[in-house]
Ligand binder design. Structure first.
Ligand code: LMR
Length: 327
């Protein structure tokens, strides 16, 4: 009897030890930008919060600057279980859903407050589920900011980009937007942009102040025009297979940590829109050009017909709802 209870105790200890020592669940978070960007800071904050709150249960490892996957591969890798979280630009989901193309329409949102209002509303929230049939779960939106045009020549009006080559993300809307002003758009990964600009293989690109600054595009682009013509925003995504494999409490704790990290990332985005623009001005490497209301009207007139071109794919009602968020 004694022997038996000793054996039971030994077994219990062994099992206890095994469960205590079980390896934590690893979340690989892959992204393409530098760490000193809204997305880089959000991902690091998430890793930090999870380390504080879920030590031993979950570990988040962040891979910035396309170290693990570029955005054109990351969603495939996620579906294969090679990465658990990412936050690609909304422009990069068109292979999975057409509706998110909404966010690429030029001159749709007048500012980030309008974007926020739309995303928090019923249509914006519903769009987080638009990837479900493809096995992906949208966990939240994250902001970067409004896009500007950088180039090797000064740009004020649409005629200035005639025949010029611009790098774009993999988005048909962005392609149509540049074709609308007779420029030549080229879909290229973010990791290649600096070299393409430096070697003058392309003439320019569109991006936010924080991406232009953190990836040093301003060092190889003598002009940046403040157009605020479009939005760069992200969706934090995971695979349904991974997300549903977690027990309910853990999933809730991860979601809470993520929501907090996104709020933090959004506050960084707001700061960086001004701070990184100023840092570029201070560097004196690139001249920042402003456009007048009349020049802006020329861009709007040339680019806005793109809305009608994509209205069937996106949904006319969705476009109306997004526009209404400007009021
Ligand atoms: C780009 O490719 O320009 C952006 O999507 C990069 C990013 O993630 O901000």
């Amino acid at each position: 009897m004694r022997l038996l209870s000793a054996a039971v105790t030994a077994m219990a200890l062994t099992f206890g030890a095994t469960s205590v020592m079980a390896a934590p669940i690893e979340i690989k978070f892959s992204h393409v930008v530098a760490e000193n960007t809204p997305k880089g800071q959000m991902a690091n904050k998430f890793a930090e919060l999870v380390a504080e709150r879920l030590a031993g249960k979950v570990e988040v490892n962040v891979f910035p600057s396309s170290q693990l996957f570029g955005d054109n591969k990351v969603l495939e890798a996620m579906l294969l279980g090679d990465v658990q979280m990412a936050a690609p630009a909304l422009s990069k989901f068109q292979k999975y859903t057409k509706s998110l193309q909404l966010f690429d329409l030029p001159f749709l949102f007048k500012d980030m407050e309008a974007v926020e209002r739309f995303q928090k509303g019923p249509d914006g929230q519903h769009m987080l589920t638009s990837l479900e049939s493809k096995g992906l779960v949208g966990l939240g939106y994250l902001h970067n900011g409004m896009k500007q045009l950088s180039a090797s020549n000064p740009i004020k009006v649409p005629a200035d980009v005639d025949g010029k080559k611009f790098r774009i993300m993999t988005s048909d809307v962005l392609q149509a937007q540049f074709e609308a002003v007779n420029a030549v758009p080229l879909k290229k990964p973010f990791s290649e942009v600096f070299t393409l600009l430096q070697t003058r293989a392309i003439d320019g690109q569109e991006n936010t102040w924080s991406n232009i600054y953190s990836k040093k595009f301003y060092e190889v682009q003598p002009y940046i025009t403040e157009t605020n013509h479009g939005l760069l925003d992200y969706m934090v995504v995971t695979s349904a297979e991974f997300w549903n494999s977690l027990d309910d409490d853990l999933r809730a704790e991860l979601k809470a940590a993520l929501d907090e990290s996104i709020a933090f990332g959004n506050s960084i985005a707001a700061e960086k829109a001004n701070g990184d623009k100023q840092a570029i001005i201070d560097s004196k490497r690139s001249e920042i050009l402003e456009i007048t209301a009349e020049e802006r009207a020329q861009w709007v007139a040339a680019m806005k017909p793109v809305w009608a071109e994509f209205s069937d794919d996106i949904g006319a009602d969705l476009i109306k709802a997004a526009e209404a968020s400007n009021q």
